[in-house]
Design a protein around this ligand. Structure first.
Ligand code: GLA
Length: 375
């Protein structure tokens, strides 16, 4: 069993929450994630061979990846994300060196907090570090996204990997997913705190309807482009949409309506945050959930119960499902002094109505990639 102090570097990348702007990244709009202090940490050292040896703090398994055969590890239960990340980094022209890695994942799996992005981003940053390379965080994020798409088979946008790599302590990120320009906004919530709650219903984006939603938005775009001069759904204004919505079949119209309105909500949310209007932010968060539930249809029974219970709590001003959907975590804005009582209420209310027990995670808003030299 290798210990942390046996390694030369400690490289970490974050999980994330998305405050608002759901299913918008792959439609070319702006999203508002924030990186979390729940991280995947990779302890790494060179080993002078042509293999990457991986062990985990939480698993008995060990895996060896041959640097020249990285295509061949897609079937692995553990180590496939690392193999995909290494492969895509190599394909992008970077040198890989043999190394030993100890992976310590504190982002709960399948929680919708982007454990996979944290693993991919930290693994690439660790590989670059151990090869003596200075890396660009945005390039690491883009490469991690390619790994998720090409190796893990989830046709994701850039939000998770970007937040995981480029997050900043205490800051929400207003990320334009078309240009990759990012404004950092202090996440100052006044009298409120952000509570993260996992509905604990297992889910995986690879098996979910995530890819289907993405194709639906692409289909809607193609139809609307017959009338509108646009390159992505996020370019459509609410007025344009009301004039063209009839061109779309019902389901595609629902999906596009979510995208158009959610983009508008992100713009309003950024203004609300800049003005310190947290009550307005809360209302937008509630509207976002309703739209994900009714129009985009990416919520589900358990997340809806959790959000509804939170929204019924008098001192909670906003609650919604965060991330890809179909399970995972909700975020709630709650009066800080009521947080302990809120958590207690919420977990009990949820357990009464579902067959799962929810969990609240304590996390701060944190930096993305960090690299520490240990010896
Ligand atoms: C997942 C994907 C992201 C994004 C969200 C939904 O987390 O990885 O790219 O599309 O879902 O907003």
């Amino acid at each position: 069993m290798m210990r942390e102090e046996d390694f030369e570097y400690k490289v970490a990348a974050s999980g994330r929450v998305n405050i608002i702007g759901e299913h918008i990244d792959y439609c070319g709009g702006k999203v508002m994630p924030a990186a979390l202090s729940l991280k995947n940490t990779v302890y790494v050292r060179p080993n002078g061979t042509d293999t990457i040896n991986i062990s985990w703090t939480t698993l008995p398994d060990t895996v060896s990846l041959n640097i020249s055969e990285l295509e061949n590890y897609r079937h692995l239960k553990y180590g496939n994300y690392q193999a995909g990340s290494a492969l895509l980094w190599q394909k992008a022209g970077h040198k890989l060196v043999g190394c030993d890695m100890l992976q310590d994942c504190k982002v709960p799996f399948g929680s919708g907090l982007s454990s996979s992005a944290a693993i991919e981003v930290s693994t690439i940053a660790a590989l670059a570090t151990v090869a003596g390379e200075k890396f660009d965080n945005v390039e690491v994020a883009l490469c991690a996204q390619s790994a998720e798409r090409e190796y893990a088979g989830v046709n994701c946008g850039i939000m998770d990997q970007y937040a995981s790599a480029c997050g900043k302590k205490g800051m929400a990120m207003l990320l334009d997913c078309k240009t990759l320009e990012c404004d950092y906004l202090p996440l100052e919530l006044g009298a409120y705190s952000l509570v993260i709650t996992d509905c604990c219903k297992p889910h995986s984006l690879a098996d979910s309807k995530y890819n289907e939603r993405r194709s639906e938005t692409e289909e809607a775009l193609k139809i609307l482009q017959k009338r509108l001069d646009i390159t992505c759904l996020a370019d459509i204004t609410p007025v344009q949409f009301s004039q063209c919505a009839h061109m779309l079949p019902r389901v595609l119209r629902m999906r596009a309506e979510h995208v158009v309105n959610e983009c508008q909500r992100v713009r309003t949310a950024a203004q609300a945050m800049r003005a310190g209007n947290i009550e307005l932010l809360g209302r937008l968060i509630n509207q976002s959930h309703a739209s994900l539930k009714n129009l985009y249809q990416t919520t589900g029974f358990e997340p809806d119960v959790l959000v509804e219970a939170a929204q019924n709590y008098p001192e909670c001003i906003g609650s919604r499902l965060t991330g890809g959907g179909f399970g995972g975590c909700t975020i709630s804005l709650v009066k800080t002094e009521c947080v302990p009582e809120f958590k207690d209420y919420l977990l009990k209310a949820y357990a009464r109505r579902t067959s799962y027990n929810a969990v609240c995670y304590d996390a701060e808003i944190s930096d993305g990639i960090t690299v520490e030299k240990l010896k």
